[in-house]
Design a binder for this molecule. Structure first.
Ligand code: CTP
Length: 409
């Protein structure tokens, strides 16, 4: 599975460093070329000689120990890697990465690399849940760093809880899944498909300076649009109010800005005949003020009553007019996830419905990660644990591509 793949293994100083030996051995057994960088503290737990013997290459520990005068080691390794895997990743390396410190061989290499980075954190449960560590992990996830969440159980420090590094065989499986996904994406399975993605929240005006909106940041829709482009599609991104910056222009991407639910409906309706896949990641207001005042409303009296009228349900309207289109709805829920998801899927005639529990940590509005469950008419198809929204976007569109090409999944 990993033949010819270049994996740079970073080992940092925690008790789980002893598992890095088994991890290195398993990666090599799967055909990967492995180079190892150890931090100074990692060498207190496991010797360089062990990892040298298992990777069959010298281990790097010191930025200034240049083994080959032809190259600068940390730049050379950074360029060499297809994937940088840090296992175990301590709170310290996570913090260094979050702020961009480069004070040893591993941290400087991490700054220099353009390869994907995957972390398998391991630490005491209180360290793992410390607000700074949580913030740093969120920052890294936002930059697209992949996480292999630690498991729960008996920790070396005596505590029981979350913080135990994932077992080496599961880390190898995550590495294999990453390369398999990359290879599938490289085949660009959505080439020549026209994808419309709606993102962000709608704005329903009360008067020229006031409006009703919601917390949608647009990040999930942007991630879907980017994933669709990566898979070869032509993408139109119909965006309402968003907090995040939309993807930078790339060939194949068109941007349409809208305000209200009605504007969004008109925009997607206009594209509908030529749409192959519609992803409705936008949070559309269900109601709008009955009348939008032409002038700024002046205050009067101690209370004010606002009359709202129902907006069109865009997804439902399009679901009724489906010909060739593949329709993906989203649902942000706070309770009874599956029940609401299945109800929306059927009511709106969607092919897939992506549901997320917005009350879960690391999921929902504004976050850079999400936790989603994907349903089709027969029930749950795919559950994606906490992952960067970009990864989730890719996984959803790969599922769509597999469905469209008839590969069952
Ligand atoms: N949606 C839409 N038009 C609307 C409302 C929602 O197209 N007027 C779409 C959203 O873009 C999303 C899906 O329908 O893909 C589900 O949105 P949600 O607000 O969860 O569904 P509602 O039908 O509004 O259900 P609820 O009663 O939970 O508000």
């Amino acid at each position: 599975m990993l033949t010819g793949k270049k994996v740079l293994l970073g080992v940092t100083g925690g008790i789980a460093a002893f598992k890095a030996a088994s991890l290195c051995s398993k990666l090599v057994q799967q055909g990967a070329e492995v180079r190892v960088i150890m931090t100074e503290s990692a060498t207190r737990f496991v010797t360089e000689l062990t990892l040298q013997a298992l990777s069959k290459h010298p281990v790097y520990t010191d930025t200034f120990d240049e083994k080959n005068p032809q190259v600068i080691a940390h730049i050379d390794l950074a360029d060499w890697a297809d994937l940088v895997l840090i296992a175990p990743a301590t709170a310290n390396i996570i913090a260094k990465m979050a702020v961009g410190l480069g004070d040893d061989m591993l941290s400087t290499t991490l700054l220099a690399t353009e390869a994907k980075i995957m972390l398998a954190p391991a630490m005491n449960v209180h360290m793992y849940t410390h607000p700074t560590v949580t913030r740093n992990l969120a920052e890294l996830a936002a930059r697209g760093v992949l996480m292999i969440e630690p498991g729960s159980g008996q920790l070396a420090c005596g505590y029981t809880g979350k913080g135990r590094m994932e077992e080496p065989e599961n880390i190898v499986a995550a590495v294999e899944a990453y390369f398999a996904r990359r290879e599938r994406a490289a085949q660009r399975p959505l080439t020549s498909r026209k994808v419309v993605v709606t993102a962000g929240g709608t704005i329903e005006r009360l008067d020229p300076v006031r409006y009703i909106t919601n917390d949608s940041s647009g990040k999930m829709g942007f991630a879907i649009a980017k994933a669709a482009l990566d898979l070869g599609a032509e993408v139109t991104l119909v965006m309402g109010r968003t907090d995040a910056a939309p993807p930078i222009y790339r060939e194949g991407l068109s941007l349409v800005r809208v305000e209200s639910a009605q504007d969004m409906y008109e925009a997607v309706q206009g594209l509908w005949a030529d749409t192959d896949i519609l992803v409705k990641a936008a949070a559309v207001a269900d109601y709008r003020p009955k009348q939008a005042a032409e002038r700024k409303i002046k205050k009067s009296g101690d209370s004010m009553t606002l009359e709202l009228v129902k907006n069109i349900d865009i997804l439902e309207a399009l679901g009724r007019n489906k010909t060739k289109q593949f329709l993906i709805g989203f649902a942000a829920e706070t309770d009874h996830l599956e029940e609401h998801a299945m109800d929306k899927l059927r009511r709106k005639n969607c092919d897939l419905l992506v549901a997320n529990d917005v009350t879960a940590e690391g999921a929902g509005f504004g976050t850079d990660t999400n936790i989603v469950h994907v349903y089709d008419a027969n029930g749950l198809v795919l559950s994606i644990p906490r992952a960067p929204k970009e990864e989730i976007g890719l996984a959803i569109l790969e599922l769509v591509a597999a469905r469209l090409t008839g590969e069952s999944k």
